[in-house]
Design a protein around this ligand. Structure first.
Ligand code: HEM
Length: 591
């Protein structure tokens, strides 16, 4: 039976006979309980002290998410050893009670210390935010419970203002100065230890987007940029046109049946990236459904969405090779990349060509091994599928709701049809049409594809944004979705108003607050290609068809079922397409 030492209520600790008794007793007390005298006070006090010290000496310092498995194993092994020792010393039942009591004392003090620190002593204690977010990162999964973190966060800004403590050590901000301080070339903020990038890698090889140091990023970025020069884009563009024609063929073959445009908005860039990235034909537009690879891609990003970017479970899953789908996606990507690498006619001018050229050169500057090649090959699909997909999804939706823009755009683009290539559009001609870019920009403003942008860690001295000092070692970000919908930067921010980009002085309060491609050294390397694909798909579609919401489609699902999976994913939207007529403007399906 546990032996309790109860002091009489009236006892005065400092009255000498009693104090002497207690001291005597403590000195005589064995460090570890004996079976006949199960005394837990000292072991529990020591465990509490260890809990306090492990917080103040270890957990309080730095980023430990990527060490989650090791931390868990150390604790678990210690507990097992303690239990085994207690059982040998005390017998099964008292031994179990002893080790459990010691573990609970350790954990209780550890978490009490963590919570007390985060609430009352943390340098971010003055930044407003939800109570739960101040004490635990589990607030992330809580905001992601419906998969709509972007909407939850937008609400938080309305409630707390432009700076919100969204996690114990993380601040979200809506600030133009913040964009520069966090992302510009001269910023001292970094990706290392900021969060999600630390856990995105293929067998330790980070992709261009998740690479953690600027030293490694610079040369890798150079290779990527070679795939998007004017010359390289001219090689890609005929392939983009081919994909546009396949899409038009598909519409024609469906003969007026309702089409889920959000689904095809994903299939189009996916097939496009197969072709332009890997010289590979997925042919999912023809199939009208996601193939296995696209399904895996969507499902993996769904996991990021569901976990609210909480990194340690992702890190543990990675370390233990859990996640069959992730392994399958990696395997398929490797197969595709290997197939491309093995092709005899290697001079195809696709994106992987540039990676292979560097990897096979005598002195590679970035692609030093196959894992980097695989990692960036996966990024080709990741970076260019859902991003373009979400823009197309919402473009089809907005233009179905605002039919006037379809006709207006048609009247503009028909002037450049065949201008450079007979019976075709070119991106160069289309880029001269301000209305087309205004429609695309307005869609990206309202439905920012990379909804929250990635985090960065502040430098040791911290940063000061809009007069607010954010100390060093804090994860910071400017979430584009909420920024683009803030009244501080846009007039009537919730309305679809493409004219705002034609008359910016009137509707855009601060042009710098438009960051669909991000800014600085990590901005989108595929921006020109992204714009070209969206322009061409929209131009070909508007030129050949008109479309309306399908019967029974109220247009609510596209928002209600949207998901923030790092990249936004639109819910379904059904539309019915009708060929334009008469006057030779209708589309003649090609073989
Ligand atoms: C509408 C289309 C697109 C949008 C809106 C978009 C948006 C973005 C954004 C916001 C980032 C920064 C992400 C972050 O770290 O926070 C980014 C990075 C990136 N994007 Fe895009 N993107 C698009 C199309 C493309 C295309 C077609 C490619 C081609 C493969 C591509 C490849 C990349 C890559 C590789 C990065 C990482 C750049 C780096 O860290 O240096 N993106 N994109």
């Amino acid at each position: 039976m546990p032996h309790c030492h109860v002091l009489p209520e009236s006892s005065n600790l400092f009255s000498s006979p009693q104090t002497a008794m207690i001291m005597d007793h403590l000195v005589q007390r064995p460090l570890f309980p004996t079976p006949d005298k199960l005394d837990l006070v000292i072991p529990c006090l020591l465990a509490s002290a260890t809990g306090f010290l492990s917080h103040t000496l270890y957990f309080i310092r730095g980023f430990h998410d990527t060490s989650a498995l090791r931390i868990f194993l150390v604790h678990f092994t210690t507990f097992l050893c303690l239990t085994a020792y207690s059982i040998t010393q005390l017998g099964v039942f008292p031994g179990l009670i002893t080790s459990t009591a010691i573990a609970l004392s350790y954990l209780t003090t550890l978490f009490t210390s963590i919570i007390t620190y985060r609430l009352f002593f943390h340098p971010l204690r003055h930044i407003p935010g939800p109570f739960l977010a101040k004490i635990t990162k589990l607030y992330g999964p809580y905001t992601a419970r419906n998969g709509q973190m972007h909407l939850e966060q937008t609400k938080l800004f309305k409630k707390y203002g432009n700076f919100v403590r969204i996690a114990p050590n993380e601040v979200f901000m809506l600030s133009v100065e913040g964009i520069q301080k966090i992302h510009a070339r001269d910023s001292r903020c970094r990706k290392l230890n900021a969060g999600i990038y630390d856990v995105i890698h293929f067998k330790g090889a980070h992709n261009l987007n998740s690479v953690l140091s600027r030293e490694e990023h610079g040369p890798r970025r150079k290779i990527w940029e070679r795939a998007f020069t004017t010359k390289a884009l001219a090689i890609h563009e005929p392939k983009t046109r081919e994909i546009c024609h396949r899409w038009l063929n598909k519409i024609a073959s469906l003969n007026g049946q309702p089409i889920n445009t959000s689904l095809f908005s994903l299939l189009i860039p996916f097939d496009h990236m197969g072709k332009v990235g890997f010289s590979y034909e997925f042919r999912s537009i023809e199939a009208g459904e996601e193939n296995r690879m696209l399904h895996l891609l969507e499902s993996l990003f769904g996991q990021f969405g569901r976990t609210g970017e909480l990194c340690w479970p992702l890190s543990i899953a990675k370390d233990l090779n859990l996640g069959k789908e992730s392994a399958e996606f990696d395997r398929l990507t490797m197969e595709m990349a290997d197939r491309r690498a093995a092709e005899e006619d290697s001079n195809k001018g696709d994106i992987l060509q540039h990676f292979l050229d560097d990897m096979r050169s005598e002195k590679p500057i970035a692609f030093f091994n196959k894992n980097i090649f695989y990692s960036d090959s996966a990024l080709v699909l990741i970076g260019a599928t859902d991003t373009i997909g979400v823009v197309l999804s919402y473009l089809f939706y907005h233009l179905a709701r605002h039919r006037v823009y379809q006709d207006l755009l048609h009247s503009h683009i028909k002037k450049v049809y065949g201008e450079t290539i007979p019976e075709e559009f070119t991106d160069r001609d289309l880029s001269k049409i301000p209305l087309l870019d205004a429609l695309i920009n307005e869609t990206m403003r309202l439905d920012n594809p990379v909804a929250n942008n990635g985090p960065r860690l502040t430098p040791p001295k911290g940063i000061t944004v809009d007069g607010i000092h954010i100390p060093g070692g804090v994860a910071v970000r400017v979430p584009g979705y909420a920024l683009h919908r803030s009244e501080e930067f846009y007039l009537a921010p919730e309305e679809f108003k493409p004219e705002r980009w034609l008359d910016q002085a009137k509707f855009v309060k601060d042009r710098e607050a438009f960051i669909p491609w991000l800014v600085g050294p990590n901005n989108c390397v595929g921006k020109r290609m992204g714009m070209a694909v969206v322009r061409l798909v929209l131009a070909y579609t508007v030129y050949s068809y008109t479309w309306n919401s399908a019967p029974g489609e109220d247009g609510k699902r596209i928002y209600l079922e949207s998901k923030d999976n790092l990249i936004l994913k639109a819910g379904a939207f059904n539309a019915v397409f009708t060929p334009r007529e008469p006057g030779g403007l209708s589309y003649v399906p090609r073989q």
